[in-house]
Ligand binder design. Structure first.
Ligand SMILES: Nc1ncnc2c1ncn2[C@@H]1O[C@H](COP(=O)(O)OP(=O)(O)OP(=O)(O)O)[C@@H](O)[C@H]1O
Length: 473
């Protein structure tokens, strides 16, 4: 992971010295690295890159932020995870403090002014070619490196069509799917391909978060004209993770007008989100309906064959260590959560083998990946729970999901909701939606009811125990 401008290495030298400083710099670098992996380069560039590592004293890590806005945002959105990352690397660390250091402000302002001037001149620091503006593109994310399977073939075909065709076949292209399944990869691949084939076309790729931040900056600098110019004067606009603008009213207003202007001018829009347009919460209806105007392509969770294909292509791209086929198969079988974790697992095993200078074996893989394998083993899906509960009580799945209130159907339904809450990370509204669009209060009621029943009735406790073992086993 490359960290831009070497910011990860920034520390306040007056507080640290010699070997300590080296160690702390390395740890800060590793924390930034983990942050990038979890939240992405955009979030890093926008927020964490402005922090300075000040000190580590008496178990307290102190970071400095240049402005109150940056500090508060990081505090409320990322501090918990930063804290976890530090704790994993820094023995004896028990608290993270982010303080305001106004002496950093002038530097921060200079950087902002620079990037603003760059944006206006079309020569921003993150511009990667004459026709490309926005956030930096990852060079690895191309169509060639994207492995196609059943779960992503529609999104892949649509992305290819947009990259290769001069006509607008559908507008917008809306790609949605769970975390780490390749949405950003496909967007970058489109941008690379257009850059290669039609260098005269102007392409802007931006995360929805960056879109919002630039909009806020434009309002602050009273420069919305430049903002509009940048986002409306393009051939192709790509907005990644649009769910981010949920409940951000002014940004949605601006996004709405940008959307309309681009569609009116017959410019291509490509948008991604973690769920379908109709499932987006906190986004205005007029935007939701527009998001569904063109082609909505979803990327489903990967199947075994696709995971193995991805692993094989990544292993082949590495010429330093050989990864045996049984290890690839083992990973494809056991790491099912998402492609980012799958890649991370392979990278970890390869890095370990390279460091210790030994060939990769199954035993080494199991040892190195203990935690990941355990985390994946616990993963159960809502669909599996529904099927298992329906089978257990000998009712049809359609009955379980229906509105029927008869006790022999309603009770298993409550059991299934309870198990979803216990065995998955899904929120109550998400669980409700998977049970025929029920409200989150219904799920909450079911969870409480089953908890009560378990206390009162040993048969029910027994049933729940058996179902849990069946699902986890
Ligand atoms: N089909 C695939 N072939 C090859 N690599 C893939 C595939 N799908 C995902 N990846 C890789 O998995 C990683 C995560 O993908 P990406 O960042 O595109 O996910 P995402 O869907 O945008 O996730 P998020 O919702 O977190 O933004 C990337 O390194 C990407 O290259």
């Amino acid at each position: 992971m490359s960290l831009s401008a070497g910011n990860a290495q920034q520390t306040s030298s007056q507080d640290l010295s010699g070997k300590d400083q080296e160690v702390h710099m390395a740890i800060w670098g590793s924390v930034c690295d983990k942050f990038c992996r979890e939240f992405g380069q955009n979030a890093y560039d926008t927020w964490v890159s402005h922090l300075i590592f000040s000190s580590f004293e008496g178990g307290v890590v102190s970071l400095a932020a240049p402005t109150r806005f940056v500090r508060d945002y990081i505090q409320s959105h990322y501090a918990t995870r930063l804290n976890d990352f530090f704790k994993a690397d820094l023995v004896g660390m028990h608290e993270l403090v982010i303080r305001l250091d106004s002496s950093l402000q002038s530097k921060h302002r200079e950087e902002q002014a620079e990037s603003k001037a760059d944006a206006q001149s079309g020569d921003s620091a993150v511009v990667t070619s004459a026709n490309f503006e926005g956030s930096a593109l990852d060079q690895r994310y191309t169509f060639d490196s994207f492995v196609v399977g059943k779960s992503n073939e529609l999104a892949y075909a649509a992305a290819k069509r947009i990259a290769e065709s001069d006509e607008i076949a559908f507008n917008p292209l809306f790609i949605h799917g769970g975390v780490g399944l390749g949405k950003t990869h496909l967007m970058h691949a489109i941008a690379h391909e257009i850059r290669r084939k039609a260098p005269q076309k102007k392409v802007v790729y931006v995360s929805a978060e960056k879109f919002m931040l630039e909009f806020i900056a434009a309002l602050r600098f009273k420069d919305t004209h430049a903002f509009k110019q940048k986002f409306r004067n393009v051939d192709i606009l790509m907005v990644d993770d649009v769910q981010f603008i949920a409940n951000k009213d002014s940004t949605q207003e601006e996004f709405f007008h940008t959307f309309n202007a681009l569609v009116d001018n017959r410019c291509q829009l490509i948008i991604t989100a973690d769920r379908s347009p109709t499932e987006l919460e906190g986004i205005e209806e007029r935007i939701v309906s527009r998001l569904g105007w063109g082609l909505v392509a979803d990327i489903h969770p990967t199947d075994y064959e696709l995971r193995l294909g991805i692993l094989q292509s990544k292993a082949e791209a590495n010429d330093k260590v050989i990864v045996p086929q049984d290890v690839l198969e083992f990973l494809a079988k056991r790491i099912t959560s998402n492609v980012r974790h799958l890649e991370g697992a392979l990278t970890r095993v390869m890095a370990f083998a390279e460091l210790v200078g030994r060939p990769i074996t199954m035993e080494m893989t199991r040892n190195v990946l203990q935690d990941l394998i355990r985390a994946n083993d616990r993963k159960v899906t809502i669909d599996e729970i529904q099927r298992t509960v329906a089978d257990y009580f000998s009712i049809r799945l359609s009955e379980l999901l229906s509105d029927r209130r008869a006790r022999n159907i309603a009770r298993p339904r409550q059991f299934a909701m309870y198990l979803c809450k216990q065995l998955t990370n899904r929120s109550l509204p998400e669980i409700g939606r998977k049970f025929g669009g029920r409200d989150h209060t219904t799920v909450m009621h079911a969870v409480r009811k089953v908890e009560e029943l378990k206390e009162q009735d040993s048969q029910i406790e027994d049933d729940i125990g058996r179902l849990m073992r069946q699902l986890e086993g």
